[in-house]
Ligand binder design. Structure first.
Ligand code: HEC
Ligand code: HEC
Length: 384
């Protein structure tokens, strides 16, 4: 799978306000780029003072994001788990699969609008995109590199990168900071708003939502208590409080881990086997445990708590929840309607709702109005 980076220009996410003349080479005009332009319904994208996004950094980050040569054996790029035409997630997998076919324990979240997240990963364990990028690069089951030096040595040897880092970073060569900053800048540029919801709520277009969708919006705000965590503001909507909550999904998953689905297990660098829960038990392998935010804070209250996802483009990012355990939006709505898993420690906001069939249909329809304009589904893959 190779993605043609040039296919982005006409696409989906509202790209940066590049130079007035888009035809000029990016590097030449990068310093004049004020910031990433926020679409209707989204606030300006924050960025650290020491890493102001520029056109040169963004296009370098884009090249890195799609480059399979960044993985230890040349097979995995960031874009293979954050697939552009699947709204930067992977629709076919409940949990991601990394280098050599290893199953990861969590679902790959979308990186659209990731620049707005003050904390990263399902458990919020990283605070900056600059630092986050090195985690998949060095994880043995993701991109499999032994050390940052290994990645940097390889990068320095690639002729097609010659001069790009230096041009983007005032003469600096590839190093841990510049690779992180380029990937961060590119990801900050992936903003997606101006959805039908935004046009209704912030654009003064009452006809942008149908009557059914308006019923769903009311359920989202009121009876369903959804907006208690998936926040909607007066001038913009992030659909997340960026806190971690226990919705009962994590407890449920651990209860069921005795009857796990078959999992693929990495035996050697390029050898995998598919094993059932019984095989694993016989071999003495524990099912993968996931305690959510507790793993970061060791606080009991954080057991099975996960970060509230932004719901923008949610129609395109199935399957859902940190473990991909809910396959459809209908399943998510049923889950909340029944009051989650009724387990100890579950957020009091997740309690039986008692929606009517019309309200459920409305809520489902409302969630589809959060797809950005143009739709991220229009990303194209090509075999360059
Ligand atoms: C093997 C699949 C895989 C690869 C390759 C991969 N990711 Fe991810 N990514 C994931 C998974 C799974 C998570 C969630 C992990 C967690 O929460 O513990 C994630 C999380 C993230 C997040 C945080 C999202 C959020 O909502 O907080 C960012 C940002 C991200 N990845 C960027 C990247 C970048 C940049 C690369 C390449 C350097 C990359 N990923 C490579 C699977 C992958
Ligand atoms: C207590 C806060 C809270 C409330 C209330 C809440 N959510 Fe969530 N929502 C979350 C969290 C946290 C997750 C992620 C859970 C996980 O990863 O296991 C989530 C996940 C989701 C997802 C899956 C998104 C994805 O990308 O995987 C959808 C869809 C969703 N919620 C919709 C709703 C709707 C609709 C309602 C109202 C009926 C609602 N939520 C109420 C906190 C909340």
């Amino acid at each position: 799978m190779i993605f043609r980076r040039s296919s982005w220009n006409s696409s989906a996410v509202a790209r940066i306000g590049l130079c007035a003349a888009m035809l000029a080479p990016l590097a030449a005009c990068s310093d004049r780029i004020p910031s990433i332009k926020a679409p209707l319904g989204l606030p300006p994208v924050p960025f650290p003072a020491e890493d102001r996004p520029t056109g040169a950094k963004i296009s370098l980050g884009e090249k890195l994001f799609f480059d399979r040569r960044l993985s230890a054996n040349g097979t995995m790029s960031c874009a293979m788990c954050h697939v552009p035409e699947q709204a930067f997630t992977v629709n076919e997998l409940t949990t991601a699969v990394g280098i050599g076919g290893a199953s990861l324990r969590r679902n790959a979240p979308t990186v659209l609008n990731i620049g707005y997240h003050p904390q990263l990963f399902h458990d919020g364990r990283k605070q900056s995109l600059e630092a986050q990028a090195w985690e998949p690069l060095l994880a043995s089951d993701e991109m499999g590199n032994q050390s940052a030096d290994q990645v940097l040595d390889r990068l320095r040897g690639f002729a097609d990168y010659r001069g790009m880092f230096e041009a983007a970073f005032d003469g600096k060569a590839p190093n841990v900071a510049t690779v992180g900053q380029a990937l961060a800048s590119y990801q900050r540029s992936l903003v997606s708003g101006d959805s039908r919801f935004d046009r209704y709520r912030y654009g003064g277009e009452p006809a942008a939502l149908s009557d059914t969708e308006k019923i769903g919006y009311l359920v989202f705000l009121g009876k369903g208590r959804c907006a208690g965590c998936h926040l909607i503001g007066n001038t913009a909507a992030l659909f997340s409080d960026f806190q971690c909550h226990n919705t009962g999904i994590g407890n449920q998953a651990s209860r069921q881990s005795g009857q796990q689905q078959p999992v693929s297990v990495r035996l050697a660098a390029d050898q995998t086997a598919t094993l059932t829960a019984e095989d694993l038990k016989r071999l003495g392998v524990q099912p993968v445990s996931d305690l959510g935010r507790f793993e970061v804070t060791q606080q009991d209250a954080d057991r099975w708590a996960y970060k509230t996802p932004m719901l923008r483009n949610v129609e395109l990012t199935a399957p859902y929840m940190h473990d991909g355990s809910l396959p459809t939006l209908e399943a998510v709505i049923d889950y909340y309607d029944q009051g989650g898993s009724h387990v100890q420690g579950q957020s009091p906001l997740v309690a039986p709702i008692g929606m009517t069939p019309i309200e459920k249909r409305g809520l489902r329809a409302f969630l589809s109005t959060l797809t950005g304009n143009p739709s991220p589904a229009r990303y194209q893959r090509s075999d360059k």
